[in-house]
Design a protein around this ligand. Sequence first.
Ligand code: CA2
Length: 145
Amino acid sequence: MKILVINGPNLNMLGTREPDKYGTKTLKDIEEFILQEAKKLNVEIGFYQSNIEGEIVSKIQEAKGNFDGIVINPAAYTHTSVAIRDALLAAALPAVEIHLSNIHTREDFRKISLTAPACLGQITGFGANSYKLGLIAIVDYLKSL
Ligand code: CA2
């Protein structure tokens, strides 16, 4: 089983600023943390991060046939991107949306996710553990098919 983990804009800056909101781990730290869980679950992981909406759309399109599922933190595009939502729907791959912070306790504009309706569900507010929980959720779902 192969899972693609996608991270959106500015998440390459993790660990450098706003630790109160997003924690002190870098993206590399989080990727290592995900790999530890992937090993336990016996699944392969592909990682992708981009600050560019169209690149994320292309990666989701390419994922069809190459991956079994997607764990995605669309970051700020969560709240704006019809293009990423459409790509997730078109790929028709099971996906779980995750967030480090709890988007429902923040500014009103963050409470709306355009991308979550294209996913099986959303995990939000557990810091780096959101990625681990997202991975467990997608693997559990795929094993149930
Ligand atoms: O909580 C999350 O995971 C978010 O997806 C993070 C996004 C934010 O726009 C979403 O509303 C919620 C922001 C990621 C920015 O990450 C930074 C990390 C370090 C320094 C600056 C930004």
